[in-house]
Design a protein around this ligand. Structure first.
Ligand code: HPA
Length: 287
C-alpha cells in the first residue's frame, strides 16, 4: 500500500475515532436523550435561554471536538426541553473562516446524529441579496448554493457514517420547510422562502460578487450552514434551515458598508421571529 493510500485510509479512521471519542465524552457527562438538534447562528444564541431544565457541556470537555472562536458563539452543547421537544442545541458553531476544516464542521453534525437527533434545525445570520428583504426579516431556506469551493465529504468515505454519493435533492426537507412556513403564519411572523449561498468568508463579498450570487439564483448569503447540511444529508438527518436576515447585500450603487454590530443587532430581532416560529413548529412535529 502506498504512503498516500495509507494517509487516505488514516483520514477516515481518524474521523471515526474522533466521533467515537466525542460521543463517549458527552455520554460520560450527560445521558440526556434528544430527538431534535439545533445549531445556533451568530446573534441567535439567546434561544438557548428558553431551554427548560438545561444541561450544558462545554466543547472543551469533548475530546477531539473543535472549540468555537467566532464572536457571540459560546462554545457549548445545551441539552433540555425546548418547546416540548427533547433538544440539543449547539450554542456556537464552527466556520471555515476560523480555520476549521470542513471535516471538523461535519464531525459536529455527526455527533448530533449519534446523540439521537433525527432532525436538524440550522440557523444562521445572512445578508439579503433579494432587494425585497429587510434586515430583521427571517427566511426559511429552500435550498443552497455551496460557493465555498469545499465539501466536507472530500476524501475517503466511511460507509459506516453514510454513502459515498449522498443525494442533496431534498437537503432542506420540503415537508419540514412547508411546516416551518405554516408555523410562521400561525405565529403571526412574516417569513420569506429562499435560497442560501454559502461562502468561506471572513471578508464579506464584494459588490460584484453579491450581484453575481443574486444572478446565480441566491436570495441570501452567509458564511456557514452548507457544510453542516451536506453532513446532515450524509447521515440522513432531516434538515430545516432558517436565516436571520441581518443586512442588505444587494451590491447595488446604494450598498452600505456592513458592521458586525449591525449584523448582530438585526440577528437578535430576526431571532425573536425564529423563536416564535419554533414555538409553534416544534410541538407539532412527529417523533
Ligand atoms: N455576507 C456574508 N455573511 C453574512 C452576511 C453577508 O452579507 N451577513 C451576515 N452574515
Amino acid at each position: 500500500m502506498s504512503a498516500r493510500q495509507k494517509d487516505r485510509d488514516g483520514m477516515a479512521a481518524a474521523q471515526r475515532d474522533r466521533l467515537d471519542a466525542a460521543l463517549a465524552a458527552v455520554r460520560a457527562l450527560t445521558g440526556r436523550p434528544c430527538d431534535t438538534a439545533i445549531i445556533l447562528g451568530s446573534g441567535l444564541g439567546e434561544l438557548a435561554d428558553k431551554v427548560v431544565d438545561p444541561v450544558a457541556v462545554a466543547y472543551r470537555r469533548i475530546d477531539g471536538f473543535p472549540v468555537s472562536t467566532a464572536p457571540s458563539h459560546r462554545g457549548r452543547l445545551v441539552f433540555g426541553t425546548l418547546f416540548g421537544r427533547q433538544a440539543v442545541l449547539m450554542q456556537g458553531r464552527f466556520h471555515l473562516y476560523e480555520g476549521w476544516a470542513p471535516r471538523d464542521i461535519a464531525l459536529a453534525v455527526y455527533l448530533l446524529h449519534r446523540l439521537g437527533a433525527r432532525r436538524l434545525i440550522v440557523t444562521n445570520a445572512a445578508g439579503a441579496l433579494d432587494p425585497a428583504y429587510r434586515p430583521g426579516d427571517m427566511m426559511v431556506i429552500k435550498d443552497h448554493l455551496n460557493f465555498t469551493g469545499l465539501n466536507p465529504l472530500t476524501g475517503p468515505n466511511d460507509e459506516t457514517i453514510g454513502p459515498r454519493f449522498p443525494d442533496l435533492s431534498r437537503a432542506y426537507d420540503p415537508d419540514l420547510a412547508a411546516a416551518a412556513l405554516a408555523a410562521a403564519a400561525r405565529a403571526g411572523v412574516a417569513a420569506h422562502a429562499g435560497i442560501y449561498a454559502g461562502i468561506a468568508g471572513p471578508s464579506l463579498e464584494t459588490s460584484a460578487e453579491r450581484r453575481f450570487l443574486r444572478s446565480a439564483g441566491a436570495d441570501a448569503v452567509g458564511m456557514s450552514t452548507v457544510h453542516e447540511v451536506i453532513a446532515a444529508a450524509h447521515v440522513g438527518l432531516k434538515t430545516i434551515g432558517l436565516s436571520a436576515i441581518t443586512n442588505k447585500a444587494t451590491g447595488g450603487p446604494d450598498q452600505q458598508p456592513d458592521t458586525i454590530e449591525d449584523v448582530l443587532a438585526h440577528a437578535r430581532i430576526a431571532g425573536k421571529k425564529i423563536a416564535a416560529l419554533l414555538a409553534v413548529l416544534l410541538p407539532g412535529l412527529g417523533d
